[in-house]
Write a protein that binds this ligand. Structure first.
Ligand code: ZN
Length: 338
């Protein structure tokens, strides 16, 4: 049955990445659609089901056999019940997305969390391939993780495992969006790095003075983490300081993760990981300093880019259909029963 495919959708706040994926992890068709979350959750659900239905029809028209659907969404996801419990940027509140899809489309459907399925894909097909114990971190606007053991990402009792961004690393640090002070993502997310640089640049020069210099000369103007990384690499003292603060906080978070999970490989993804060796080099050194009796994990950059979520949704779908992924994909012996 080499003609089998699964339908995979990775739903984000602004767009959906969608694909038909073969059991060997190869996408035979990819599509992108706007989420347009401002229309409200009911309209977003309709779009998800319409897009999935469209892909099913296209697969059949091409002589392929769609066997299951995998959908990844952000926020809190109860994978066992197939419910999108809560999502700030898509607007979901207790949406029984899996049952809605099964009812309308008639195929086995798995619902997953975007970062957890991204980690699943990196662990099975990407930078963690070959490792049995992988911790995947997505570092962007926030920071979240997936702990993948033998090709299965831990979900937690309430669908909220992996919130490593809310480990407290600096008790006297900036307040996090969750309400507590000094969470890892309040110190070391891409958003936090840009904000911190702006604050310090403002402190040194005064906001009025720095804006009067014009945006090109003003380090106090809104600066992204990518720019801070570039300036740090070029040796600008303020950027070096801010970057190192973030690296130290990340190393504290990773050391906590390693104490809990004892993984062999940590995979860094998300926007910040695009700094490459500018992040990995100093972070490896900082993590090394923090290892006492724990074994030091391999620290690598993600390999699948922004396709990871869609591929991970496909892997969930293959698992749901009981299809043994071939060749590329690592499949656990204990298939989860759905
Ligand atoms: Zn927090």
């Amino acid at each position: 049955m080499s003609d089998r495919v699964v339908v995979a959708l990775d739903v984000g706040g602004t767009g959906m990445k969608c694909a038909l994926v073969r059991p060997d992890g190869v996408a035979v068709r990819t599509e992108r659609h706007p989420t347009d979350a401002a229309r409200g959750p009911a309209a977003v659900v309709d779009t998800i089901l319409d897009v999935a239905q469209g892909l099913i029809a296209k697969a059949r028209a091409d002589g392929l056999t769609p066997v299951a659907i995998g959908i990844a969404v952000p926020g809190v996801v109860d994978e066992a019940r197939g419910v999108a419990v809560w999502s700030a940027n898509v607007g979901f509140r207790d949406v029984p997305l899996r049952d809605l899809a099964v009812t309308r489309l008639g195929l086995p459907t798995a619902l997953g969390h975007d970062v957890r399925v991204g980690g699943l894909a990196e662990a099975r097909l990407g930078a963690g391939r070959g490792a049995d114990h992988v911790l995947f971190l997505a570092i962007g606007t926030g920071i979240a993780a997936a702990h993948v053991v033998d090709g299965v990402a831990g979900v937690g009792a309430h669908g909220a495992a992996g919130e490593i961004g809310h480990i407290m690393v600096r008790p006297d640090g900036p307040r996090c969006g969750c309400g507590r002070p000094g969470c890892l993502e309040a110190v070391a997310s891409a958003a936090a790095i840009g904000r911190r640089y702006g604050e310090l640049a403002g402190d040194g020069r005064g906001d009025a003075a720095s804006s009067a210099q014009g945006p090109e000369q003003s380090p106090g103007a809104a600066v992204t983490a990518a720019v801070v990384a570039e300036r740090a690499a070029a040796g600008e003292p303020l950027a070096v300081q801010v970057w190192q603060e973030a690296v130290d906080a990340l190393a504290d978070g990773l050391a906590t993760g390693q104490a809990l999970f004892d993984v062999s490989t940590i995979v860094l993804g998300g926007g910040l990981a695009q700094a490459g060796d500018g992040l990995l080099g100093p972070l490896r050194a900082a993590l090394h300093e923090r290892m006492t009796f724990h074994r030091e994990p391999r620290l690598v950059a993600a390999a699948l880019g922004d396709e990871a979520g869609c591929l991970g949704a496909a892997l969930l779908a293959l698992d749901a259909a009981g299809v043994r992924a071939t060749d590329a994909a690592r499949v656990p012996d204990h298939q989860e029963e759905r």
